[in-house]
Design a protein around this ligand. Structure first.
Ligand code: IPE
Ligand code: IPE
Ligand code: MG
Length: 229
């Protein structure tokens, strides 16, 4: 049995889903949030320890301001409304990415939810917010050089990993991208170095626990060699 501690998902296809239905893009994001809720709860009940979800990339600022504003508002609403879901389902919340650029109320919301859910143990849900892998590695090097963390750790790999946003979190075992694109879009590049990759054409708002179960079954049939024979 392949272990599946850390599942990561690039949640793509909200805009196309909306377009197909003759709706505006933001309706796709709205529906996508329901999928986030459903998939997160399922993972908490099915023995997955870490679920990383790519919610907003460092490149997504290039979208029209109206869409960016909608996504930020939706995030704020989601974190407020979902607080009870995290507690009811024993889920810890953690944000990765550079949240320093967010508004003060949003930053406070993120920090408070991280704090209040910190002792929940069924699942850690990791939301990637203003996240880019290159930006994360760049910030790690800034910390290493400016805060001189290299003085405390001589193992260079450990030094890098402990300064990434994902320090304390094991590497990704399985990465799924919905929406049909065959790229990584700057997501967790260091942490997926040995992950199994799955690309599905299903648009994120249509993704569900049945398809996730099938992908996990297929993951279980893969032979993870890690360079050995
Ligand atoms: C993913 O869906 C959600 C975010 C990037 C926030 P998209 O908005 O990228 O949807 P498509 O790819 O345009 O269909
Ligand atoms: C990746 O989706 C980012 C998120 C899911 C948050 P994008 O839609 O932004 O990726 P590209 O632009 O197709 O690479
Ligand atoms: Mg997209």
């Amino acid at each position: 049995m392949n272990q599946l501690k850390h599942l990561a998902i690039i949640m793509d296809g909200n805009g196309r889903w909306a377009k197909q239905k003759g709706k505006i893009r933001t309706q796709g994001h709205k529906k996508g949030i329901q999928t986030v809720r459903e998939i997160t709860k399922w993972c908490a009940k099915n023995d997955i320890s870490y679920l990383s979800l790519y919610a907003f990339s460092t490149e997504n600022w290039n979208r029209p301001k109206t869409e960016v504003d909608f996504l930020m508002k939706s995030l704020e609403k989601y974190l407020l409304q979902e607080t009870h879901t995290y507690h009811q389902n024993n889920i810890r919340f953690k944000a990765i990415g550079n949240i320093e650029t967010f508004s003060n109320p949003l930053k406070t919301l993120i920090k408070d939810l991280e704090q209040s859910t910190s002792s929940n143990t069924a699942l850690t849900q990791i939301l990637a917010l203003n996240y880019g892998s290159k930006d994360e590695i760049k910030r790690a090097f800034e910390k290493i050089l400016l805060e001189k963390t290299y003085e405390k750790e001589s193992d260079i790999q450990k030094l890098i990993e402990s300064n990434l946003d994902t320090s304390e979190i094991p590497d990704v075992d399985l990465l799924i991208r919905t929406g049909g694109e065959m790229r990584l879009s700057n997501f967790l590049l260091w942490q997926i170095s040995y992950a199994e990759l799955f690309f599905t054409p299903t648009l994120w708002p249509d993704f569900n626990t049945n398809e996730l179960r099938e992908i996990i079954q297929s993951y279980q049939t893969r032979i993870r060699r890690f360079g050995s024979l």
